[in-house]
Design a protein around this ligand. Structure first.
Ligand code: ATP
Ligand code: MG
Length: 247
C-alpha cells in the first residue's frame, strides 16, 4: 500500500441486525487530507466513525490506518462528537491538558503545548474559566484545542458546528483550517452543510440513502482562503447540491 494513504476503507459493510447501513464501501484518505463526508440523516456517518474508533466492528471488510488494522493504543486518533462536550469540573486549561495527561506526558511539556494551542484558538485569557462561564463558541474552541493538543494523526469530527450560527461557524472553520495546516493532521469531517463542506474540504465524499454507498468523491481544488460568494465557489457548491438529491 502506498505510504501516502492514511486511512483505507476496504469493502466495509455494517449491519445492525437486519438493517443494512453501510453497503460495501471503499475509499482512501490521503495523509494530511481534509475530507468532508456529506450524507442524509441516518445513512451511517456516525456509524462509520464509530467503526474507525472500534466502538463497532464492521460486519464485513476493514479499515486500515497507515496500512494496519486500527489499534487505539498505537494510533493517535481524536474524535469530536456530534454532541461535543467539555468536562465541566475542569477549567479551560485543565480540559485542554486532559488528553495529554492521560498519555503520561511530563508536566512542563503539557504546560507549553497547552499554552500554545490556547493562544491559537484565542482562549489564553480564559484559561482559568470553567466551561459554564463560556459561550457556546468558546466551549467549542476548548474542544478543538483539546483535540489538537494531542497532535492526532487522525482527527474525526462529527457535525461539530451544527448548532452554531453562521458567523461563529465561519470563525471556527477558519481556525480549524489554520490548525490543520499547521499540524498536517488528516481530518475526516462530517457535515450536512454543503457550503461548509466546500469551504473546508480538499475532497468531498457524497453518500446515498440506506443501504449506503458512495455516490461520488469530488476533488475540491478551490484556492484558499475561500470565499462563499466567489463564483468558482458557488459553482462547486452547486455541483455538490446537484449530487445531493436525497429526497
Ligand atoms: N447501535 C445501534 N443499533 C441499532 N441501530 C443503529 C445503531 N447505531 C445506529 N443505528 C442505525 O444505523 C443507521 C445509521 O445511524 P447513524 O447514527 O450512523 O446515522 P448518521 O448518518 O450519523 O445520521 P445523522 O445525520 O442523523 O447524524 C440509523 O438507521 C440508526 O438507527
Ligand atoms: Mg450522526
Amino acid at each position: 500500500m502506498s505510504d501516502n494513504i492514511k486511512v483505507k476503507v476496504q469493502n466495509m459493510t455494517k449491519r445492525f441486525g437486519d438493517l443494512l447501513v453501510l453497503d460495501d464501501i471503499s475509499f482512501d484518505v490521503k495523509k494530511g487530507e481534509f475530507l468532508c463526508i456529506v450524507g442524509p440523516t441516518g445513512c451511517g456517518k456516525t456509524t462509520f466513525l464509530n467503526c474507525i474508533t472500534k466502538l463497532y466492528e464492521p460486519s464485513a471488510g476493514e479499515i486500515l490506518i497507515g496500512g494496519e488494522p486500527v489499534n487505539l493504543k498505537k494510533h493517535n486518533i481524536a474524535y469530536i462528537f456530534q454532541e461535543y462536550s467539555t468536562m465541566p469540573w475542569l477549567t479551560v486549561e485543565q480540559n485542554v491538558a486532559f488528553g495529554l495527561e492521560i498519555k503520561g506526558i511530563d508536566k512542563a511539556t503539557i504546560k507549553k503545548e497547552v499554552a500554545e494551542v490556547l493562544e491559537i484558538v484565542g482562549l489564553t485569557a480564559y484559561r482559568d474559566y470553567y466551561p459554564v462561564e463560556l459561550s457556546t463558541s468558546m466551549v467549542q474552541r476548548v474542544v478543538i484545542a483539546r483535540a489538537f493538543a494531542t497532535k492526532p494523526e487522525l482527527l474525526l469530527m462529527d457535525e461539530p458546528y451544527g448548532q452554531l450560527d453562521v458567523e461563529l461557524r465561519f470563525k471556527l472553520e477558519d481556525e480549524l483550517i489554520r490548525l490543520w495546516k499547521r499540524t498536517g493532521t488528516t481530518v475526516i469531517f462530517i457535515t450536512h452543510n454543503i457550503e461548509e463542506a466546500v469551504y473546508l474540504s480538499e475532497n468531498i465524499l457524497v453518500l446515498t440513502n440506506k443501504p449506503t454507498t458512495i455516490k461520488k468523491k469530488l476533488e475540491n481544488t478551490l484556492p484558499r482562503p475561500r470565499s462563499v460568494v466567489d463564483p468558482a465557489f458557488v459553482k462547486v457548491r452547486n455541483e455538490v447540491t446537484e449530487l445531493i438529491k436525497w429526497w
